[in-house]
Design a protein around this ligand. Structure first.
Ligand code: OGA
Ligand code: NI
Length: 452
């Protein structure tokens, strides 16, 4: 028999557990549930707690109209930028205000290679052109680490706990737009080798990398630095190599052969990440309630591999490796290695997404936010630098073909909710994404359908 105090404590624990469970299940809201539960939820004020509790029925109705199944997060997808600071994007092309004096004269390969941050050795001070305006500097304050972003364990066997996985992925996508994945089936050795090969590439002498350097974003396999070095106001502390990966045989011939194992390692890695991405998209498809295979074909046609290199920086408080942005594509699968640097904006606060050994970081892109009609969220993130070690990361952007039509999935707008976005071609969006980034506008704003 338990004593009175112990019995009371056990009861409290049970109740807390029950309360947590109720709260958790309220957060996940697949369309299957949505269809059945909508009326019940709409009319009953005793429903499980909402993240942003509507204050009255008309507000609730507006929430339903605007956000459909995303009602539990009604404050989330339409949140407007409040910052007066221009936001940059990883592919932006901000108008130049750099004086000609600051620019290298001539565009010889040697001059171009001087622009790479990895070409600058033993820098004692941050060069003027890398010092960010105070409003977007990360500053000296330490950033809390983000414990809340879920780490989802695939257990190497997806089918045995499929329902649970779908639920956890959808929850994470709705609430954070980010999650980490462990036991995903890509071998640890391949994960580590990939980051090592990336690092080795950037650490090669300039003459071994020079043939890949280009100012032309259309070049198949392109080495560049910052975001748009020749036109941007201020530079970011990263070098980048990017190339397409699918179909492999069409692209691998353009990739580096130094390090000698580059093509083998990155090729194997690209195939494994591609397979994993298809599994993830299938799970997301189930969570959204769209017909199976919804993302196959044009919507997930391309796999762009982007290798980032962030060398140590003498004063990380003044610089960023990448500015605040959300990715334009469908989903992003990132191998961030063991060195921290990625930060996610959560409720207007930056949180550090610490590396979990052998895990992938997955995030939802703008395209998936639109297809899910705002149910899944493309969250803003940035990369900070550090003073001690170089950081190499390998990002796979799964993205639609340029001619793909992007629109909220029909099945999601047929069921009591209106589309939040007008249809557009992916190519059009990429163009406006860059332009909006230059002007500091939220990239999806011009595609939103007014709900009034
Ligand atoms: C990106 C990105 C994060 C990182 O390439 O879009 O957000 O940690 N990278 O390199
Ligand atoms: Ni990104």
């Amino acid at each position: 028999m338990l004593g009175n105090g112990a019995a009371r404590q056990a009861k409290e624990r049970r109740e807390n557990r029950r309360r947590r469970k109720r709260k958790k299940s309220a957060r996940f809201f697949s369309y299957k549930v949505y269809e059945k539960e909508l009326c019940k939820i709409f009319w009953s004020s005793s429903t499980a707690p909402l993240k942003s509790e509507p204050r009255n029925i008309s507000q609730h109705l507006r929430g339903i109209r605007q956000f459909g199944a995303c009602i539990y997060h009604a404050d989330m997808p339409m949140k407007k930028e409040v910052s007066s600071v221009p936001s940059f994007s990883p592919t932006s092309n901000p108008p130049s205000t750099t004086s000609d004096q600051d620019k290298p004269a001539g565009n010889s390969p040697a001059r171009q290679m001087e622009k790479l941050i990895s070409s600058k050795h033993n820098i004692q001070h941050v060069p003027e052109s890398y010092i960010l305006p105070p409003e977007i500097r990360p500053g000296k304050a330490t950033t809390p680490s983000c414990k809340c972003i879920p780490v989802i364990d695939l257990h190497g066997n997806i089918d045995s706990n499929r329902q649970d996985l779908v639920q956890r992925i959808m929850e994470a996508g709705q609430e954070f737009g980010f999650f980490q994945l462990t036991n995903h089936g890509v071998p640890e050795e391949l994960m580590n080798e990939t980051v090592k090969v990336a690092e080795e590439f950037f650490q090669l002498p300039v003459e071994d990398k020079a043939s890949f350097y280009s100012e032309d974003p259309r070049k198949g396999c392109r080495l560049s630095t910052s975001i748009d070095y020749d036109h941007e106001k201020v530079h970011f502390w990263r070098d980048n190599l990017r190339h397409h990966c699918r179909p492999l045989e069409d692209h691998v011939g353009e990739w580096p052969t130094n390090p000698t194992r580059y093509r083998e390692v990155i090729g194997n890695y690209a195939v494994r990440v591609w397979e994993l991405s298809l599994v993830l998209l299938d799970l997301i498809c189930e969570g959204l309630g769209t017909e199976s295979g919804y993302f196959e074909g044009g919507l997930s046609k391309l796999q762009m591999m982007s290798l980032n290199y962030y060398p140590p920086c003498p004063d990380p408080a003044l610089t960023l490796g990448l500015p605040k942005h959300a990715d334009p594509n469908l989903i992003t699968v990132l191998n961030q290695g063991a060195v921290p640097g990625l930060q996610v904006l959560e409720d207007e606060k930056w949180l550090a997404l610490e590396p979990v050994p052998n895990a992938f970081v997955v995030n939802i892109g703008h395209t998936l936010q639109v297809i899910s009609n705002g149910m899944l969220r493309s969250a803003e993130h940035r990369v900070v630098t550090n003073a001690y070690v170089a950081r190499a990361t390998v990002t796979s952007f799964i993205q639609p073909s340029n001619d793909s039509l992007i629109r909220p999935a029909t099945v999601l707008v047929d069921r009591c909710s209106l589309p939040l976005y007008r249809p557009f071609r992916y190519e059009e969006f990429l163009r406006t994404y860059v332009k909006d980034a230059q002007e500091g506008k939220p990239p999806l704003q011009q595609y939103e359908i007014s709900q009034t």
